[in-house]
Design a protein around this ligand. Structure first.
Ligand SMILES: Nc1ncnc2c1ncn2[C@@H]1O[C@H](COP(=O)(O)OP(=O)(O)O)[C@@H](O)[C@H]1O
Ligand SMILES: [Mg+2]
Length: 482
């Protein structure tokens, strides 16, 4: 059973009438035979122990309990198990009714707090009923039961429990602390923060070049051994620039890394620096870096990095220039070794970057359009869960020169939807061949349409389908501004 009904939803009704929903999926699994009485006692006992033991930290609480207590980026002692808090943490509707018959519980009518009148008795009672697995999901409990059960160890429980910095609730409480109500909307436009649990991209789903794999491995090692790197004074690490045409997996790799390394993912949308709230932008850039530092270790991802160079070159509004300068200064000051912040920039237009922008990165990772072998691999990955008769990814790969991973996904999507219109969920190789032909046709039309206002397409030349302009996310600003 999942505590689905307990999922926490935060709604921010912004002025444009859009509804922003920050959603915490509570994937915390309850034991199959959940017993309300036991769950409530576990929670109350845990808060009791935690409140008393100063040596315990937020990481010692199950994440669902932490969710209840985060405030301003901290969990303050004492933890008070009010009826409401207990309900939220356990999913039990009437927590006090559930445990009122036990010898060792009481209830304060005024504070609505559930209390233990005899902690030892509570421990004994719970020790007889709780499953080992459950103790191992609760380091605070494990610390008191460690001596009673051979299989229980505090250390093991700590390894199992998700680190506190990965909690959406913690991230939200940090943001509330840094960005006051009025500023929040503006800030949310500029930065998007995801807990690793909310990142749905996996490295397994991505086909990487050898070079990319090498860089990722280096990075993983560097993060693992950052104390050593700090000791020997090696600081020039942890600032990467991903370079390549749209749709080649830059954003996906950055996100997958967040999941792989269990790090929060902070995405700064540089184009948003030009938003209407210019006066505040430089300040918000600073705050964003401050948030990244507080969230650390984390990944700070800056898409559309070419924006920086363009702004420096042109005679933009002074406030924009100020914001960009603040940004560059902040990048200089942040570091993987000192602040535990991994910085990844991405750009579709490396040609527009000036020396000042380049030199801020330690490593450039190239994201080329996939070659024939990679295209076949990408096709295999994206069709992993599909049924396809006479499937021949190599043949399709031969036919799709110039297409990116993103294009290939669109081809597949087209084929699947077409088959569905015929009530088929099994595809054939012919469906895919047709979808490739359709894609190229559509792509030609799209590019013809754009050529009028689009010098890139002409300059980058050759056939329109080879111009690298398959930007299906619409983040490519060069077309409108050049
Ligand atoms: N090498 C790849 N392997 C698997 N999927 C890819 C690859 N490159 C791109 N994709 C897919 O294409 C889509 C767009 O990729 P994205 O990461 O947004 O590209 P970029 O940030 O470079 O524009 C994603 O759904 C991604 O999974
Ligand atoms: Mg991208």
């Amino acid at each position: 059973m999942y505590i689905g009904s307990n999922a926490i939803t935060r709604l921010i009704d912004d002025t444009s009438g859009r509804l922003r929903v920050a959603y915490v999926a509570c994937a915390t699994k309850l034991p199959e035979m959940s017993e309300p009485e036991r769950d409530v006692v576990e929670f109350v006992l845990t808060t009791d122990v935690y409140s008393e033991r100063e040596d315990l930290e937020p990481d010692d609480l199950p994440s669902i309990y932490r969710t209840v207590f985060w405030e301003n980026g901290t969990i303050e002692r004492p933890l008070v198990p009010t009826v409401e808090a207990t309900r939220e943490a356990t999913g039990v509707d009437d927590p006090w009714d559930t445990v009122s018959g036990l010898m060792f519980t009481s209830h304060d009518d005024f504070s609505e707090e559930i209390k233990l009148t005899d902690r030892e008795m509570a421990e004994e009672w719970l020790g007889k009923r709780i499953e080992l697995e459950e103790i191992l999901e609760n380091p605070t409990l494990a610390s008191i039961f460690e001596d009673d059960f051979d299989e229980v160890s505090y250390k093991r429980a700590r390894e199992q429990v998700r680190p506190a910095r990965a909690d959406r609730a913690w991230i939200d409480s940090l943001l509330e602390e840094y960005f006051a109500e009025e500023e929040e909307e503006e800030m949310l436009d500029l930065v998007d923060i995801r807990a690793p649990e909310e990142v749905d991209m996996r490295l397994d789903d991505l086909v990487l070049t050898e070079d990319q794999e090498g860089e990722i491995n280096k990075l993983v090692k560097a993060i693992e051994h950052r104390d050593y790197l700090a000791r020997i004074g090696l600081r020039e690490i942890g600032k990467l620039l991903f370079v390549g045409p749209p749709g080649t997996g830059k954003t996906s790799v950055a996100r997958a890394l967040a999941h792989e390394l269990d790090l929060p993912f902070v995405e700064v949308k540089l184009s948003m620096i030009t938003s209407q709230y210019l006066g505040e932008t430089a300040k918000n850039v600073e705050k964003t870096f401050e948030v990244a530092r507080r969230l650390s270790p984390c990944i700070l991802f800056m898409d559309e990095f070419d924006f920086v160079a363009k702004t420096r070159a042109s005679d933009e509004h002074a406030a924009i220039k100020r914001a960009v300068n603040t940004l560059l200064k902040s990048i200089d000051e942040i570091s993987l070794i000192q602040d535990d912040v991994l910085l990844i920039g991405a750009t579709n237009h490396p040609d527009q970057l000036d020396a000042a922008a380049w030199r801020r990165f330690d490593e450039i990772v190239n994201f080329p359009k996939p070659d024939v072998g990679m295209r076949a691999d990408i096709l295999r990955v994206v069709t992993r869960d599909m049924e396809i008769e006479d499937y021949d990814p190599e043949e399709l790969a031969e036919m799709t020169e110039g297409l990116t991973g993103s294009d290939l996904r669109l081809v597949l999507r087209e084929a699947v939807l077409n088959a569905l219109t015929e009530e088929r969920t099994t595809l054939t190789q012919d469906d895919l061949v047709d979808a490739v032909a359709n894609f190229e046709e559509r792509d030609n039309l799209k590019n013809l349409d754009m050529i009028e206002g689009d010098h890139d397409a002409l300059v980058a030349g050759g056939t329109p389908s080879a111009d690298g302009g398959h930007d299906h996310e619409g983040h490519d600003h060069s077309h409108s501004e050049d």
